[in-house]
Design a protein around this ligand. Structure first.
Ligand SMILES: [Zn+2]
Length: 407
């Protein structure tokens, strides 16, 4: 076994580069450095020109600085219909940073080694989009019964920010895609649900004192840790409770604290401490109820703090919300996904994605994409050619379903 993110010995190739028609297009996409903090416009402009050259109608929606854009592109059906029904292929264009990561290959150059392709974004998630785009010439030649849309977004990796504008624009125009396939790396397993997520920051203001005089101070670090311990206790209760869904890799709601900062020196009772925490919840657990419990626990600590200094406080900032989604078995998009995958199997995952935002805009969604989430965000991110070939087979079956004429 190889640990995720490490290069390995070159072994005999079962499925190799010659089995993947989209390889050139994947290489092009990887070569654009679309780290979330950078502009993605070079990639968007290139892709828009490519799609328009094949007759696509395109719309850009920008961020506030117009440094980044979503591209929504539609290949109309042979009867001219561009707005009613059809399937959306959804992918985010941004990737996570490579800073400080020990890469053995140039991250923004897709590199073939044995039966794997290495590069930032090969799994999460440029290969899916590139494979979809590579099918466009054939799809256009065969003609579509219903429109086919591409939804290519910015700033997914920092909280599914960009796609919200794209979806709002599609909804405002009254376009009604019938379903969406999001190509996040699922190992080409069909995923029909994922957990929701909410995040908060807690800021504790105490009172400074010399550490020999602790009763005259209010120790913000210790109060924060009391709340952190409460969150950890609630996480254990979720783990041990009866809300379980075995279809998830982690079958219960999780909560954790990811960042904490406080104090300045050992001989000072710390005045300030702040920490960030999140919940990743099953549909049956309410994140707001969890937060209300955390807040109630924090409030129970206030009387003792105020007895020393009434200006001390505990405050919370909401950081982010990503709803969960659950596309029920038997829905049209699930059936289509199963057909394209050639299997009846489907599962659920714990990581969030844009799928829930499409789902909540009445565009039922599933996830299915090449590569594995364990390789995402890692140095030496890789995807196997076997996975890429499976994704191409998926797209071929999708084209057979969507196109008017045979291959
Ligand atoms: Zn992703």
């Amino acid at each position: 076994m190889n640990a995720p993110g490490t290069l390995r010995e070159v072994s005999p190739v079962a499925v190799g580069p010659s089995d993947v028609k989209a390889l050139d297009l994947i290489r092009r996409w990887i070569a654009f450095d679309t780290t979330s903090r950078e502009s993605n416009l070079a990639l968007i402009d290139w892709t828009r020109a490519y799609l328009e050259s094949h007759g696509a109608l395109t719309t850009l929606t920008f961020d506030d600085d117009r440094r980044k854009a979503n591209l929504f592109a539609t290949l109309p059906a042979v009867d001219g219909n561009a707005t009613d029904g059809g399937i959306v292929l959804s992918g985010h264009t941004d990737v996570v940073p490579v800073d400080g990561q020990p890469w053995d290959t140039p991250p923004f150059e897709a590199t073939v080694i044995g039966d794997r392709l290495y590069g930032r974004g090969v799994a999460d998630m440029k290969s899916f989009s590139a494979i979809g785009l590579s099918c466009v010439p054939e799809i256009v030649r065969r003609g579509l019964k219903k429109p086919l849309h591409f939804a290519l977004s910015y700033d997914e990796e920092i909280g599914c920010i960009g796609v919200r504008r794209l979806i709002a624009d599609v909804v405002a125009r009254g376009w009604t895609p019938a379903g969406c396939i999001v190509g996040e790396p699922t190992g080409m397993e069909l995923v029909v649900a994922h957990k929701g997520k909410m995040g908060w920051r807690c800021r504790v203001r105490g009172r400074e004192a010399h550490s020999s005089l602790t009763p005259q101070g209010v120790n913000a670090v210790q109060i924060a840790c009391d709340i952190v311990a409460y969150i950890a206790r609630r996480a254990r209760e979720f783990r041990d409770g009866d809300h379980q869904d075995a279809a998830y890799d982690v079958p219960y709601t999780t909560a954790h604290v990811g960042v904490i900062r406080g104090g300045t020196a050992l001989n000072i009772v710390p005045r300030d401490c702040a920490f960030e925490f999140e919940i990743r919840h099953l549909p049956m657990d309410d994140p707001n109820a969890f937060f209300a419990d955390v807040r109630r626990h924090a409030e129970s600590l206030l009387p003792a703090m105020h007895a020393v200094d009434p200006s001390t406080y505990i405050e919370f900032d909401h950081l982010s919300t990503l709803p969960g989604f659950d596309t029920h078995d038997g829905s049209a998009i699930t059936d289509l996904g199963k057909h394209c995958n050639g299997t009846h199997a489907c599962g659920k995952v714990s990581f969030g994605s844009e799928a829930s935002l499409f789902h909540n805009a009445n565009i039922p969604a599933v996830l299915c994409g090449p590569g594995h989430i364990a390789q995402a965000h890692q140095p030496n991110e890789w995807v196997s050619f076997e996975q890429l070939a499976r994704c191409e087979a998926f797209m071929r079956r999708l084209a057979d379903r969507l196109c008017a004429a045979p291959a």
